[in-house]
Ligand binder design. Sequence first.
Ligand code: FRU
Length: 437
Amino acid sequence: MTDPHRPVYHLMPERNWMNDPNGLVQVDGVFHAFYQHNPYGALWGNMSWGHARSRDLIHWEHLSIAIRQDPDGPDASGCFSGAIVNHGGVPTMVYTGVRGDDELCCVAWPEDDELIAWRKYADNPVIKHTPQDVATTIFRDHTLWRDGDFWYMGVGSGIEGRGGAVLLYRSTDLIDWEYLHPLIVEQPELNPESALISTGWECPDFFFVGEEPALIVCEWDGDPVAVSWYRGEYGDQRFHAVSKGVVDYGDCLYAPQTFRSEDGGRLFFGWMREKRSDDEQVAAGWSGVFSLPREVIFHEDGSLGFVPAAEVMGLRGDAQHYMVSDGGVSTSAACEIEVAATIPVELSWPNECIINWDGEILRVQARDEEFAAPLNGPLASDASLRIFIDHSLVEAFLGDRIALSTRVYREDACWDEATVKADEGTEITVWGIASIW
Ligand code: FRU
């Protein structure tokens, strides 16, 4: 039986559990997406790296599992998140091997040009223990960049009493690592009421666009707290943040990872968590889905934006055009809706989902939950509101300023018709989207 809540145009495994995007990379034109995966069930466990590839960033092909736990290895309890970098022409995987309470950095290389089979380094882990003078809370997930003769690597961590942190290492060969110091430790002055909000930062992603540094981290206190971007200054191998913001104003995006495409853009995928009970996930036989591919925008005012990558337009089927005076628009469970960001504009699927833009705040009401995203900078005069519905997943984008995603499991599982309120003369376009599989 087809599952009415299962997305059809977002990347997800054929069955079972997925969480974080891992090792996102483009090699010889081909995009590879690896992801945290439980091959044996629809709940978290048996952490392996699943693998899919694409030539166009929107249509994917499932491949075999890239790495899985080795009962005798340093990853006996799981192959957790990490990255892939191109080291002198060799794609090299850096991941977190977990054995009991130990979370340590491990390395693997592909045995073929298609990155299908992977060989783990015989002397894993390549970092044998956490830094001796640091009282770490967690020590997992890796972000790497090249500077001069060195690879630099940030490890997601936290320091007792000081909050989240990224610990910085460097190496010339990705095997011998020297611990330097924290790249950054949580700066409570950037948080509400100057309070610490994390015990650890998961899935750090530190990157440059030109000379401009940025950091994305998942603030965590035993459970996910927030996913934030930080801008600031990088010098002496330390990152000092001067501002922070929200990556996605909804409640399902977590553990995003960015990567540089071969044409130089900075692309992004996140994990969209489920909001159903464990029993429902087990009954469905799947859990978790990627966000749409998004492009990271560096605004002149120093903030970051996340917009659907240009390739996403390739998903569009035939367009249907409406005027707001038509009252309602025909939508479907897999579609994109675009409407000019005139004020006010509201789309609603009664009792299930209301999306409202009042010129200051984008609000999404999903059943009895409401998410609000305040505009954080100038909006282009031709900005539009783009809404992507994919069965239980809703992603809304306001211009290049706001991303807001959530899950809506409609009881009737249908998204037939939306009511639109906006200025007379406002045009609305709806594109149906076919399954990518
Ligand atoms: C984030 C995370 C990572 C870890 C992975 C395990 O969702 O907890 O910190 O590497 O998931 O699956």
